[in-house]
Design a protein around this ligand. Structure first.
Ligand code: HMG
Ligand code: MG
Length: 304
């Protein structure tokens, strides 16, 4: 069976967009449940400015609480201040993040696209020298909330620059879930003429319900890493209209039914999705997760 790697981003991308920050014990519990469900790559928080994203404050405390767990812990780092904070923890991987749109880059990290690359160059180098791995993000794979359609050549340029600087992988973000499956496939085909599939991941927000079919198509292009979020939590505080990431449960259903191996337990995912939705005071709406949860209740006569 072909293996596919899912990177769970709910504890970062999901929670960063909640109007009420969750406390550290609840953030920790979420990550522990996800680790127990089988995740080996988990975004646990961000070392960004707490003035900009208060929901991600105290990421240091989250990491301290996870010190007895072995997995690839990932946290966002926007600059050298963020890297300093990261180096004082036991984080394994930092994720630097930029965009294929000038306006998005400016609103998200307060610099131009070119400045972002210049800023990240020493951050990546120092991180690597200190034994950390570095992942990269390029937002606005298809469209920017401020500028509309983006130019695929800008996506290629930014992704190539991050790989060149030492990122082991670049995750391509359809930040506002604009692309259809065919559009994302077309962009990937162009990108794959100069970038290796092994070094690319897809990070799709499911704003318009297109993400699962886009992932299905991208499997045929040998993309094997996808960012997903439990219960479809998520968004981006600097991208109005960026609703949740594609739900982990929906992607696991797609993959496992089609013969790919994820190493994840749907029972535990559905339980966790249901639980975190309750914590956030919202209905559980990841479709495959909810169906699984309801079926388990019917079959066992009690809630899973
Ligand atoms: P800035 O205001 O230009 O920063 O923000 P500055 O360097 O001028 O510093 C201003 C103050 O912030 C200073 O403090 C710094 O020390 C402090 P003061 O002297 O005034 O007391 N500061 C920090 N504090 C803690 N940690 C730091 C840090 N840096 C500066 N790292 C900055 C620039 C990059 C910091 C800011 O724009 C920022 O934090 N942006 C992050 C925004 C963010 O997290 N966005 C969401 C994540 S991206 C996303 O969701 C998209 C993605 O999911 C992919 C997709 O969907 O497409 C990844
Ligand atoms: Mg995102």
């Amino acid at each position: 069976m072909t293996e596919v790697t899912l990177v769970e981003v709910g504890p970062r991308d999901g929670l960063q967009n909640e109007s009420l920050p969750l406390d550290v014990p609840t953030r920790l519990q979420l990550i522990e449940h996800l680790h127990d469900a089988g995740f080996r790559h988990l975004e646990v928080g961000s070392f960004v400015s707490p003035q900009w994203v208060p929901q991600m404050a105290h990421t240091e405390e989250v990491l301290a609480g996870l010190s007895n767990r072995a997995f690839n812990s990932i946290a966002l780092v926007p600059n050298s201040t963020g890297l300093k904070r990261a180096l004082e923890t036991n984080i394994r991987t930092i994720a630097v993040f930029t965009a294929a749109s000038e306006s998005f880059c400016q609103r998200n990290i307060n610099c131009s696209m070119q400045e972002s690359l210049e800023r990240f160059q020493p951050v990546i180098q120092t991180a690597l020298e200190n034994g950390l791995q570095v992942r990269g993000y390029v937002s606005c794979l298809i469209a920017c909330p401020y500028e509309g359609e983006t130019d695929v050549s800008q996506v290629t340029r930014m992704a190539a620059a991050l790989l060149e600087m030492g990122c082991y992988e670049v995750s391509l973000g359809d930040t506002i879930g604009a692309g259809t499956a065919r559009e994302i496939e077309a962009r990937l085909k162009t990108l794959l003429t100069s970038l290796p599939a092994d070094n690319l991941a897809l990070h799709l927000h499911d704003t318009r319900g297109q993400a699962v079919s886009a992932i299905d198509r991208s499997l045929d292009l040998d993309i094997r890493t996808f960012d997903t979020s439990i219960a479809g939590l998520g968004g981006c505080p600097y991208a109005r209209g960026a609703s949740g990431n594609v739900a982990t449960e929906d992607v696991v259903y797609l993959l496992e039914r089609n013969g790919y191996r994820t190493g994840l337990s749907m029972d535990q995912l559905a339980r966790t999705g249901h639980w975190i939705s309750q914590q956030l005071g919202r209905p559980y709406h990841a479709r495959a997760g909810l169906a699984h949860y309801n079926m388990q209740s019917l079959q066992t006569g009690k809630q899973p």
